[in-house]
Design a protein around this ligand. Structure first.
Ligand SMILES: [Zn+2]
Length: 329
């Protein structure tokens, strides 16, 4: 029976005996990959499992360059901002995340929602939290889809923030004819693998993870929980809404292995995503409000769980890849 164990080999090398449950081969059948994904998801990543494994649509055409639709009703997306760590603030929506990492020299913003809600959630949210949007020095965009890049032009034009993005995604913005009716952000910093975005006392390390888009960026950074440093692995692209080809799934799977290894090497105990359905940001923020002294931070999952997240994304992708190949053995 064919075996595919690329992810687990890398994870096993990185974590040694820490992950015996995952240092095993998975039979290369759709069913075996789905079972492996379900096991890896546990109760932590049911949203990711549902989106990627239960009913992921195959995308058999190319990417369409279309204008964004009309904004949905405000009550479908609006949520209040929140302080989540000593140095990390949520200024996202119910569905999408935007995070402000505060440093001794200003703010690094990660992702910018849609054009229609970035003004209220990000600019308004920072102000509500007592933070000045004018000190956002860097904006890191995980990928150039409208739900993450929508506020980049606003931050660039109004506050002079430097915009960091993967090269292929800058290219896609420049090539787009219909996607940016309100204007495009101007090409600024092109992120490289391993690049460190440093501002004052904070550093964000970029991990390029092509797959969701060719230029998708993931990252590693440190947050402080009542003065205690914790390492965060931030996954920059998740769903399979790229053209469904075996080569694209291979690229995606390789990136999940790469990010799992980077997270393990950094001893990340927090997993964040840019969609709240994948990292449960909204319920976790609610839990945080009820946290009592001495209780663990709801975002702190532990090293094993962080690595399990990337086993979910990878195993679901393996199952989809096999469906594409028509191997239903
Ligand atoms: Zn996307």
């Amino acid at each position: 029976m064919a075996m595919r164990n690329r992810v687990f080999n890398i994870i096993a090398c990185s974590l040694g005996a820490l992950l015996p449950a995952f240092a095993q081969n998975t039979a290369d059948t759709i069913e075996a990959h789905l079972v492996a994904a379900r096991t890896a998801a546990g109760f932590d990543f049911t949203g990711t499992l549902a989106r990627l494994c239960v009913a992921p649509p195959l995308m058999l055409g190319g990417i369409r360059d279309v204008a964004p639709g009309p904004p949905p009703a405000r009550d479908t997306w609006f949520i209040e901002p929140a302080k989540v760590f000593d140095n990390l603030y949520f200024v996202g929506s119910k569905i999408h995340s935007s995070w402000a990492l505060t440093t001794s020299q200003g703010i690094i913003l990660i992702d910018t929602l849609f054009t229609y809600n970035s003004e209220e959630e990000i600019v308004g949210g920072l102000k509500k939290l007592g933070l000045d949007p004018a000190i956002v020095k860097y904006v890191i965009i995980t990928h150039a889809h409208g739900d993450h890049v929508g506020g980049a032009k606003l931050m660039q034009d109004r506050f002079g923030s430097r915009i960091v993005m993967g090269g292929p995604d800058w290219d896609s913005i420049e090539k787009s004819v219909h996607g940016y009716p309100e204007g495009k952000p101007r090409r600024d910093i092109v992120a490289d693998d391993g690049q460190k975005i440093t501002l004052g006392n904070a550093t964000v390390t970029i991990v390029t993870t092509p797959g969701h888009t060719p230029g998708t960026l993931s990252m590693i950074f440190t947050v402080m929980d009542n003065g205690r440093p914790l390492t965060t692995a931030y996954s920059g692209g998740t769903a399979f809404n790229f053209p469904s080809t075996v080569a694209n799934f291979d690229t995606y799977i390789k990136s999940q292995s790469k990010m799992a290894a980077a997270a393990a090497a950094a001893h990340a105990t927090i997993l964040m995503s840019n969609h709240t359905e994948f990292d449960n940001a909204v319920p976790k923020i609610k839990m945080l409000a009820a946290r009592k002294p001495g209780e663990p931070h709801p975002f702190e999952l532990g090293e094993r769980a962080v690595v399990r997240y990337f086993a979910v994304t990878s195993e679901c992708a393996e199952a989809q890849r096999l469906k594409l190949l028509g191997q239903t053995k």
